[in-house]
Design a binder for this molecule. Structure first.
Ligand code: NAD
Length: 435
C-alpha cells in the first residue's frame, strides 16, 4: 500500500530519530535527519552509524544511495524543506526524576522561527502529558503572526536491539491529533506499515506511552519480587512465570527474573510518570514500589555474589555483559554500572567484556580491566558473573571457562544457563529465583 511521499525532518538523530528517519526514507519519503552533534552528523555523512543497532547501517546507506535520506546540523533549512517535523531529542531525567524538557523547548523555538508555511510538528520523544500543549504555546509565541501549524503526538515504541524491525512492524501506531489535516497526513505516512492505528487526543497519546512503559516495568518488578520468594522456598521462578504467562490475560512477555531493568526508557519514564502524577495531585504508590523493587534487585544480586565467594574484598570478579540488554551498545542506566561500582567499593578487582558496549562503557567505568573476550574475563577470576544475556554467552565453552576461573563459581544475573547442567559440569552456580 503506497502513500504519497512526504518531506520530513527528524530533529534528534539518536536511537529513535535515526531509526525513524531511516525507516521513513525506506518507505519512499524524503527525510533529513538533524542533530546538533557535529561529530554524529559527520560520521553519518561518511556512511557510518553512530550507534549499534542491527540492520540500521545498511538502511542508512540505502536511504542515502537512493537520494531519500540526508543528514544535517542545519535545522533552518531542514524545517524549511519539510512539511512534517518529528521531534526526537532526548528527555533525560532531572535529579528529582522529572523529565527535562528543555531540549524539546529548544527545538520548538527553533522550528517556530524557521517556519515558512504549514508545518506538522510531531512529538516522537517520550514526554509527560501536557507537553503538546506547551509545544503549541511555544511555537505560537515564537512564530510569525498567523503561522499555520499543527502539533501532534506520535510516541515511539521501538526497542533498542530490534529497533528497525519494531519500527516497521509495530503492534500499534498511536496518533494524538487535534486536526483532521494532521490525522490524515500521519495516517497516510504510516499507511505502508499496515499496522493498527489508534487515533486519540494529544494528552491521551502522551499518557499511553508513559503508561505502557510503566506497566512493562511493573511486570519486571513483579517477577523480580517473586524471584526472591522463589529463592526463599526453593521454587523455580521460570516455572512460575510460565504458569502465569500461559494465562492470556497475563501473557508470557516481560516475566524474566534478573538484576532489574535499566536503559534510557524504563527508569526515566517511570520516574517521570510518578512526578507528573504527583504534579496533577496523584500519589502513584504502585509505581514507587516498582522503582524500589528494581533498586533492591541489584542489592539482592550483590548479596548472591557475597554468598557465593564470601568476602568481596581482594577478589577478582569477571563480568560478562555491560549493556542494559543484549543487541545494543546502550549503557544508559545499565544495572551493570551500579553493580560494578558496588563491587569496586567493596574492594574487588573487576574484569569486563561486552560484545558491543565496551566503547561506551569506557567513559562510564573507571579502573576496570577491559578484556578482549569472555575467556579473558574468566582468566584468573574468583567468580564469573553474567549481567547481560547476550546470545554468545550462552554458547561459551564451559569446560574452558572452568579451567580459566580460579574457582568454578558463576553467579548468573540473567538466568542464561540451566542450573542442573551447570552443577553437573562442576560449577558452583547461582542464578535468580531458581535453585
Ligand atoms: P538519544 O540521546 O540517542 O538521541 C537524542 C539526540 O538528540 C542526540 O543525538 C542529541 O544530540 C540530539 N539533540 C539534542 N538537542 C538537539 C537539538 N536542539 N537539535 C537537534 N538535535 C538535538 O535519545 P533516544 O534514545 O533516541 O531517545 C529520544 C527520545 O525518544 C527520548 O524521549 C526517549 O525517551 C524516547 N524513546 C527512546 C527509545 C529508545 O529505545 N531509546 C524508545 C522509545 C522512545
Amino acid at each position: 500500500m503506497k502513500s504519497k511521499a512526504k518531506k520530513i525532518a527528524v530533529v534528534g538523530s539518536g536511537y529513535v530519530g535515526l531509526v525513524s528517519g531511516a525507516c521513513f526514507a525506506s518507505l519512499g519519503n524524503e527525510v533529513i535527519c538533524v542533530d546538533i552533534d557535529e561529530k554524529k552528523i559527520a560520521l553519518l555523512k561518511k556512511g557510518k552509524s553512530p550507534i549499534y543497532e542491527p540492520g540500521l547501517e545498511e538502511l542508512l546507506r540505502k536511504g542515502v544511495k537512493q537520494g531519500k535520506l540526508s543528514f544535517s546540523t542545519d535545522i533552518k533549512s531542514a524545517v524549511q524543506k519539510s512539511e512534517i517535523i518529528f521531534i526526537a531529542v532526548g528527555t533525560p531525567p532531572k535529579p528529582n526524576g522529572e523529565a527535562d524538557l528543555s531540549y524539546i523547548e529548544n527545538v520548538a523555538c527553533q522550528v517556530a522561527v524557521e517556519m515558512n508555511g504549514y508545518k506538522l510538528i510531531v512529538e516522537k520523544s517520550t514526554v509527560p502529558v501536557q507537553t503538546g500543549h506547551w509545544i503549541k504555546e511555544t511555537v505560537e509565541r515564537h512564530a510569525k503572526k498567523g503561522a499555520h501549524f499543527d502539533v501532534a503526538s506520535n510516541p515511539e515504541f521501538l526497542r533498542e536491539g530490534s529497533a528497525v524491525k519494531d519500527f516497521m512492524n509495530p503492534d500499534r501506531i498511536i496518533l494524538g491529533v487535534e486536526s483532521e489535516k494532521a490525522e490524515s497526513m500521519l495516517k497516510d505516512l504510516y499507511k505502508p506499515l499496515k499496522a493498527t492505528i489508534l487515533v486519540t487526543d494529544i494528552k491521551s497519546a502522551e499518557i499511553i506511552k508513559h503508561a505502557s512503559n510503566s506497566f512493562l516495568a511493573a511486570k519486571i518488578s513483579f517477577i523480580n519480587a517473586l524471584s526472591v520468594v522463589c529463592d526463599a522456598v526453593k521454587a523455580d521462578v521460570e516455572q512460575v512465570a510460565l504458569g502465569m504467562g500461559l494465562d492470556r490475560r497475563i501473557g508470557k512477555g516481560f516475566l524474566n527474573a534478573g538484576i532489574g531493568f535499566g536503559g534510557f526508557c524504563f527508569p526515566k519514564d517511570l520516574a517521570a510518570f510518578i512526578r507528573i502524577s504527583e504534579k496533577v495531585g496523584y500519589d502513584f504508590k504502585l509505581l514507587k514500589a516498582v522503582e524500589e523493587i528494581n533498586e533492591n534487585q541489584k542489592k539482592y544480586f550483590l548479596k548472591k555474589i557475597e554468598q557465593a565467594i564470601w568476602n568481596i574484598q581482594g577478589k577478582t570478579i569477571g563480568v560478562l555483559g555491560l549493556s542494559f540488554k543484549p543487541n545494543t551498545d546502550d549503557m544508559r542506566f545499565a544495572p551493570s554500572v551500579d553493580i560494578i561500582e558496588a563491587l569496586q567499593a567493596q574492594g574487588a578487582t573487576v574484569k569486563v567484556f561486552d560484545p558491543h558496549a565496551m566503547g561506551r562503557a569506557k567513559s562510564l567505568l573507571k579502573n576496570v580491566q577491559f578484556c578482549k573476550d569472555s575467556y579473558g574475563v574468566c582468566q584468573g577470576s574468583d567468580c564469573m558473573i553474567v549481567l547481560t544475556e547476550w546470545e554468545e554467552f550462552k554458547q561459551l565453552d564451559l569446560k574452558k571457562i572452568k579451567k580459566l576461573l580460579k574457582q568454578p563459581v558463576i553467579v548468573d544475573g540473567r538466568n542464561i544457563y540451566d542450573p542442573a547442567t551447570m552443577r553437573a559440569a562442576g560449577f558452583r552456580y547461582t542464578s535468580i529465583g531458581r535453585s
